[in-house]
Design a protein. Structure first.
Length: 226
């Protein structure tokens, strides 16, 4: 009986040590790579149901006159909370995620707009070019935050985009993206992966509005507008 209990205790201890919250590989001394890698499109995902890729526009040029990192905290991009294996899940420590070059990260994500039928071009449109199949936008990264929740990683990314409208007006919109994935080892690469999922969702929302402008349609009212 005693031998059985000791074996069970050893097995339980081994299982606890294997949990990401106890055995982690986060490296606080190294910043995240901040390299954007888009998730495969539905048609490209292994073992998935074949689906047509999302195409929102055709022959539409999106001029990106400005891409900025305007986060209030440019040093950190979230945190990992290491929990004690107790009933009440007492936090043992909190480790910060160091942010790399978020402007380059955002620029890389915007280059993926081609999957939605938009040709992203850095800079302002040429003088005198007022083609109907184009849109102009200033993009600012307002938030990029990832954190651990039990055995998962979660991210929240916010883009603020100011569109230049025909006639000289502007319209500002904010796009929120959330990402989630299983936390295996709490490694820097896993946090980067979940941040990419959040940024990709925010960029997808931007693509929908940019395609509307290219089609000559008005932007929808912002969420929460009276």
């Amino acid at each position: 009986m005693r031998l059985c209990q000791e074996q069970l205790a050893a097995a339980a201890f081994a299982a606890l040590c294997a949990l990401p919250t106890l055995s982690h590989a986060l490296t606080e001394s190294e910043p995240l790579s901040m390299v954007f890698e888009p998730a495969p499109e539905p048609a490209e995902r292994p073992n998935g149901v074949p689906a047509a890729p999302l195409r929102l526009a055709r022959d539409c040029t999106l001029y990106l006159s400005a891409i900025e990192d305007t986060r209030s905290n440019k040093v950190n991009a979230g945190n990992l909370t290491v929990m004690m294996p107790t009933v009440h899940a007492t936090p043992r420590s909190v480790q910060s995620l160091r942010s790399g070059d978020a402007t380059a990260w955002t620029r890389g994500a915007l280059q993926s707009l081609g999957r939605y039928g938009l040709q992203a071009v850095p800079g302002a449109p040429p003088a005198g070019d007022s083609g109907a199949r184009q849109a102009v936008a200033d993009v600012a990264l307002r938030l990029a935050h990832a954190w651990s929740v039990n055995l998962n990683l979660v991210s929240h990314v916010v883009l603020k985009v100011s569109y230049r409208l025909p006639g000289g007006g502007t319209a500002a919109r904010q796009y929120h993206g959330m990402g989630t994935r299983t936390n295996w080892t709490s490694a820097n690469g896993e946090f980067m992966s979940v941040l990419n999922l959040g940024l990709e969702e925010a960029v997808r929302g931007m693509a929908i509005d940019a395609a509307s402008l290219c089609d000559g349609r008005p932007l929808p009212e912002p969420v929460g507008a009276p």
